[in-house]
Design a protein around this ligand. Structure first.
Ligand code: XIL
Length: 446
């Protein structure tokens, strides 16, 4: 019933428009954002968030509409939260947590104990002084966020890459081999409700490093050391590609009884190859019932710690990439695409623009993506007008400025996407409640 109504909506939208464009729409189920598509499969879809970007409306527009889980990218690390010994600083992390809560998003805490991004005062410590400092740090930070986090990466990157399954040598490791279990016990005592995870990279396939982690988790479970989950960072590039035994590796950890999470996903590349790898990651998580969710390590390519790899799901302007559609499709969500099927130029005149819409609709809501295309000559600004159906309202807009939230609306270009070469296009989007607009909007240049 629900499905047939969705298909009907889609067919209504698939009409030959006045400008001679055919809107092609592919029907699927109703989930239409990363978060809602994952939620339809009982998974979360998260992202790393940087506090200093929360004033960027393109960034927050995508964050608020697409993601259901948030990981502070740097703000909960030891150097950020305890810049001098026993003096704690939570302002940036608190901002991220409060904002996520207000938007109904959950938070993964990252990371309590790690060899990297330690404050400088830690370098002068060793032995029992360092062990006590670590315990004090974990107790304070986990207590500060007690009851507020979905999970903590308690220990990050504690194993070496040298192929013998050994521990990474670090100042923390030098305090004794039991530092990891002490970290987990301390975190559990401070916040019994957060899931406690071990998180690492190059552990995505079956290899000596992941097997060493596996052995540790198995031992912890056998001895009653508290551990609930294992995070797989999943930073992939040509030197470290998505392994073919990714799913099998996730499954062997799940079979121990812990949850598995994909915690920092990014995949260098572009186009279909990149999209295919993203699909495979989603499929692997869906095939493992204890895989509870996926987080990407940033929103737009330009937000990535490896920006030159263009490894994320949105381009620098915030437009969804092929990989974005692949992720939604892999979750079984709606992939609604609109594209001109004729090569004839728009007939609206020299210097003009045209606009076409693509809708992802579900019962009670929608995401509309509007493609704005310049006519025969370049333009430097554009304005798109459309009238929303009665009772519908826009709740957020990205890559354009909306004149209001209901009825007759105009959307004006953002500062970075008003200029289009002849025949070039850009897109903006908005999310709303009610029924989507499904006609052809008016596009004007000023
Ligand atoms: C990275 C951040 O993205 C950067 O902004 C920062 O400069 C360095 O750390 N593994 C992790 C993350 O667990 O914390 C790292 O994040 C990326 C690798």
């Amino acid at each position: 019933m629900r499905r047939s109504r969705a298909i009907l909506t889609v067919l209504t939208a698939a009409a030959v428009t006045a400008g001679g464009f055919l809107t092609l729409t592919q029907a699927a189920n109703a989930a239409t954002t990363l978060g809602s598509a994952a939620a339809a499969k009982s998974r979360y879809f998260g992202t790393a968030v940087a506090a200093y970007k929360l004033t960027d409306s393109v960034y927050t527009g995508l964050l608020d509409t697409q993601f259901t889980m948030v990981t502070p990218e740097n703000e909960m690390k030891w150097d950020a939260t305890e810049p001098s010994q026993n003096t704690f600083s939570y302002t940036s992390a608190d901002t991220i947590v409060a904002r996520a809560k207000a938007n109904g998003q959950r938070v993964r805490g990252h990371a309590l104990a790690w060899h990297s991004q330690q404050p400088s005062w830690v370098a002068s410590l060793s032995g029992t002084a360092l062990r006590s400092a670590m315990v004090n740090h974990i107790t304070n930070v986990a207590t500060h966020y007690k009851g507020q986090l979905y999970a903590w990466d308690v220990v990050n990157e504690a194993f070496s890459d040298n192929g013998d399954g050994s521990r990474r040598s670090s100042n923390l490791q030098a305090t004794g081999n039991d530092w990891i279990e002490v970290a987990f016990q301390t975190a559990r005592a401070a916040d019994p409700s957060a899931k406690l995870c071990y998180n690492d990279y190059n552990t995505d396939g079956v290899n000596a490093k992941s097997t060493a982690v596996y052995t540790m988790v198995k031992d912890f479970l056998a001895r009653g050391v508290p551990i609930d989950c294992v995070g797989f960072q999943s930073h992939f590039n040509s030197a470290s590609p998505l392994p073919s035994d990714y799913q099998a590796n996730l499954q062997r950890f799940a079979d121990l009884g812990v949850e598995v999470q994909i915690t920092e996903l990014d995949i260098a590349g572009s186009g279909t190859a990149q999209a295919d790898s993203y699909s495979k990651v989603v499929a692997a998580c869906l095939a493992v019932s204890k895989c509870t969710g996926i987080s990407v390590w940033g929103i737009r390519d330009s937000d990535s710690w490896r920006a030159s790899d263009t490894p994320l799901l949105f381009d620098a302007s915030g437009n969804p990439k092929e990989a974005y559609n692949a992720v939604i499709t892999a979750f079984g969500g709606t992939t609604t695409t609109s594209s001109p099927t004729t090569s004839s130029s728009p007939t609206t005149g020299t210097g003009a623009c045209t606009a076409t819409v693509a809708n992802n609709s579900w019962t009670g809501g929608f995401v509309t993506t509007v493609t704005v295309k310049a006519g025969a000559t370049a333009i430097t600004s554009w304005k798109v007008a459309l009238t929303l159906p009665t009772g519908s309202a826009v709740t957020s807009t990205w890559s354009a400025t909306a004149s209001g939230s209901s009825g007759a609306l105009t959307f004006t270009n953002a500062s970075y996407n008003g200029s289009l070469a002849a025949g070039a296009s850009t897109s903006f989007g908005f999310q709303g409640t009610g029924t989507a607009f499904s006609g052809t909007p008016t596009c004007t240049v000023s």
